[in-house]
Write a protein that binds this ligand. Structure first.
Ligand SMILES: [Zn+2]
Length: 450
């Protein structure tokens, strides 16, 4: 079939459904009403049924929005099964005054639409639906659909798949909660950095003391903390904690100008660290001080500060063990005695990274599919953000190839005000999904997948 023409014929309907879905404020955070989440669930269940899917279930877990699970059996015994993942909940809109239009009123922008969650991840839910429609509900592979309803806020579903491996068994999975490095650049995300938190505290005095009478000999907790924090990086800004894995990044990455623009770096301020951006962002560690407790400037007394603490967020190489990486940072801090003062170091949450194996038939099928969709070779990138469920799904189906691509792009303001999606990316993703299942089924028929 002439894929591109078929998909072009579907676009008006897909965009209309994306608008309906994005108009529902399906925020699955505590304090937000559950009804819209259920409304989005019900809308999608109906759309799947209309697309020809007969077996649709919901998975209900404690304190977790319902997960849509649906299945289309393989058309022939030799056809592979592909699991399609995306999520229908969205981030809260944040400060609505920063939005150029109401976050749950999908609004036209140049080449696309603006709304909360319209890219992350409703665009990819609709892309999956588009593939099913293109094949009239009978794609050339078996399909398992997992549409999660509480991805943006931690849920019991993250660790559920390995407890029910038969349900999630598949040959390949398309985790569509991502997109292209830049619009029009076909991109497969092959790595996710791991994350860990550490809190460091300093107590030096029972309470504040006059800085004129005591300063100079009374130990300053804030200065002690800052001295400790200053050892985490070298003079170039590279992480200076031993034992954190750092490797060259072999895939594609942003240009420095793109990155400066995306990060909103102020003029005259250089970027931090050395080596390629891929290495600094994806295949090496990063330590960010995400919070400090100390007296605020406006209400600061002239007193020696008796207590201070900081929360550190560590990101590490996709393949480094989370507890090992966190342990290296904890050991580094515990070994310090700034001005002879011991620090109290408390390890917090950790999350593993992920690195995909890229040598199998699903990757070959996907590389060709992405090239057909957007033109040009597919780039490999990684991301610093984590998708906890990827590890859960990968443990449930350890032999399945995991493909991460989709209709978002790095300029679509994920989790930020004025989120937007481009029609070109949505269309490309539908074409890529269709071409992928076609290529992958053909590889199995030809016996190339053995
Ligand atoms: Zn997402």
């Amino acid at each position: 079939m002439e894929l591109a023409a078929v998909v072009d014929g579907l676009m008006d309907g897909l965009v209309a459904d994306l608008e309906r879905l994005a108009a529902i404020p399906s925020v699955a955070f505590p304090g937000f009403p559950a009804e819209p989440v259920h409304a989005a669930h019900d809308l999608l269940t109906g759309l799947l049924r209309d697309a020809g899917v007969e077996r649709i279930e919901r998975i209900d877990l404690p304190d977790t929005a319902p997960v849509i699970f649906a299945e289309i059996p393989p058309p022939t015994p030799d056809a592979p099964t592909v699991l399609l993942y995306s999520h229908y909940d969205v981030q809260p809109p944040g400060d609505e005054r920063l939005w150029l239009s109401p976050p749950f009123e999908p609004t036209p922008v140049e080449g696309g639409l603006r709304a909360r969650g319209i890219a992350d991840d409703k665009s990819n839910v609709i892309a999956h639906l588009g593939m099913l429609r293109a094949y009239g509900g009978r794609p050339p592979v078996g399909v398992k659909i997992v549409f999660e309803g509480q991805e943006e806020y931690g849920s019991a579903f993250d660790t559920y798949p390995p407890t029910d491996p038969e349900r999630f068994a598949c040959d390949a999975m398309v985790v569509a909660d991502l997109g292209n490095l830049r619009p029009g650049t076909p991109t497969l995300t092959t790595g996710l950095r791991g994350a860990a938190e550490v809190v460091v505290e300093v107590r030096t005095l029972r309470e504040p003391r006059h800085s004129g009478e005591f300063g100079g000999a009374a130990p300053d907790a804030l200065l002690t903390l800052l001295t400790a924090l200053s050892t985490l990086h070298d003079v170039h800004g590279d992480v200076a904690v031993d034992g954190l894995r750092r490797e060259e990044w072999a895939g594609a990455t942003y240009t420095e100008d793109e990155f400066r623009e995306l990060a909103g770096v102020v003029g005259g301020v250089p970027l931090t660290g050395s080596g390629s951006l891929g290495e600094r962002l994806w295949s090496g560690p990063a330590i960010t001080v995400v919070g400090v407790d100390a007296p605020g400037v406006d209400h600061a007394a002239s007193a020696v500060v008796p207590y201070a603490r900081a929360k550190l967020n560590l990101r590490f190489h996709p393949l480094q063990d989370p507890h090992e990486a966190q342990g290296r940072l904890v050991d580094h801090l515990r070994a310090l005695r700034p001005f002879g003062v011991p620090l109290t170091v408390t390890p917090g949450d950790t999350g593993p990274g992920y690195e995909a194996a890229t040598g199998g038939p699903a990757y070959r099928a996907a590389r060709d599919a992405l090239a057909r969709a957007w033109g040009g070779e597919a780039s490999y990138v990684a991301t610093g953000g984590s998708i906890p469920l990827v590890n859960g799904l990968a443990r449930a189906a350890p032999d399945a190839e995991v493909l991460l691509f989709g209709a978002q792009d790095s300029m679509c303001n994920l989790h930020a005000p004025n989120e937007r999606v481009l029609f070109s990316e949505l269309r490309g993703t539908v074409v890529a999904m269709c071409a992928f299942v076609e290529n992958y089924a053909a590889a199995f028929r030809a016996g190339d997948a053995a």
